[in-house]
Write a protein that binds this ligand. Structure first.
Ligand SMILES: C[S@@+](CC[C@H](N)C(=O)[O-])C[C@H]1O[C@@H](n2cnc3c(N)ncnc32)[C@H](O)[C@@H]1O
Length: 292
């Protein structure tokens, strides 16, 4: 879903504003979209054929838009059981691109093509042939490929499981995941050049939310820090199966730090390190495990 917490306000960095203007989100959206109002937590459906103005306003808004339910097994304008693809809120997309900091000419792999809009922004910024994006859902991958072609943006849009990365296009200077992960694959380190960056929404299996980890690859290891709290749809094989944790303490008083709140913890300096051979993630600095 890629909902920022707290809701963003649409601030754009100077560098990405012209890129975003050149690549409108509407060109990558399906006919039916569900806009998620982060203030009311309500979803509103827009069908482009029935309400073109409402649909366009949603496309131009800073709302995250659900674009697929139930891995494509749901149709119609009602809500499905589980949102399985979305176009993230544009202000968060731009913040993530700012964190990723790709330079023109560098090669980037995106995990989670979705609509293809984020890949399109990357292609507009990086130039021809430098962006590969991989999507696990075949119908979404095909729709994104078509939209990228219509937009004239040369992206290699692949159907496959991004957990394995995409070795055929490696090495990459940057890897960005636009779905949440509970474990980060070592393959991504192997496919990133030394000095390259991996940006990934990472959370523990006990949390429905993530923090953006920005890891710099140094040979066989990668380490870095969290840049911001986020909430993303999880990688398909890492969807949460445990029941949500219920609060056992009183809600915090206004102005105080909530107890057991992962996002409050993540606001403090924390860092991550990934090392061979287990490819497991260890948390350094402020140890997350101490509070959960
Ligand atoms: C929040 S959406 C991505 C939004 C997208 N970047 C865009 O610009 O529209 C997350 C996407 O990750 C995809 N996904 C989930 N698991 C995946 C996997 N193992 N490999 C590749 N894509 C995956 C989902 O199908 C979904 O389309």
């Amino acid at each position: 879903m890629s909902v920022e917490t707290p809701p963003g306000t649409g601030a754009l960095t100077t560098r990405w504003a012209p890129v975003r203007s050149a690549v409108p989100r509407a060109a990558f959206l399906p006919r039916v979209i569900w806009a998620h109002d982060l203030v009311t937590d309500e979803l509103t459906v827009y069908d482009r054929d029935r309400d073109p103005h409402g649909w366009q306003a949603a496309a131009d808004s800073d709302d995250p838009l659900v674009t697929q339910w139930d891995d494509g097994h749901h149709s119609g304008t009602g809500r499905g059981k589980m949102a399985t693809s979305s176009s993230s809120m544009p202000s968060l997309v731009v913040r993530m691109l700012t964190d990723l900091d790709p330079r023109p000419g560098q090669r980037v792999l995106e995990i989670g093509t979705g609509t293809g809009w984020n890949a399109a922004l990357l292609a507009q910024h990086l130039g021809a042939g430098n962006v590969v994006t991989i999507e696990v859902d075949p119908a979404l991958a095909e729709a994104a490929r078509a939209a990228l072609q219509r937009a004239g943006l040369p992206v290699e849009a692949v159907h496959g499981d991004g957990f394995a990365g995409y070795p055929a296009g490696a090495p990459y200077d940057r890897i960005i995941a636009t779905c949440g992960l509970r474990s980060i694959p070592y393959a991504w380190i192997e496919q990133t050049r030394p000095g390259g960056v991996i940006l990934v929404p990472w959370g523990t299996p006990f949390s429905p939310t993530e923090a953006l980890a920005r890891l710099t690859v140094d040979g066989a290891t990668a380490s870095g820090r969290f840049t911001r709290p986020v909430t993303f749809m999880n990688l398909r094989d890492q969807r949460r199966t445990t029941p949500p944790v219920t609060r056992t303490t009183s809600p915090p008083r206004a102005g105080t730090a909530p107890e057991r709140a992962p996002l409050a913890l993540l606001a403090r300096p924390s860092s991550l390190a990934l090392t061979r051979p287990s490819a497991s993630l260890s948390v350094c600095g402020s140890p997350i495990a101490h509070t959960w």
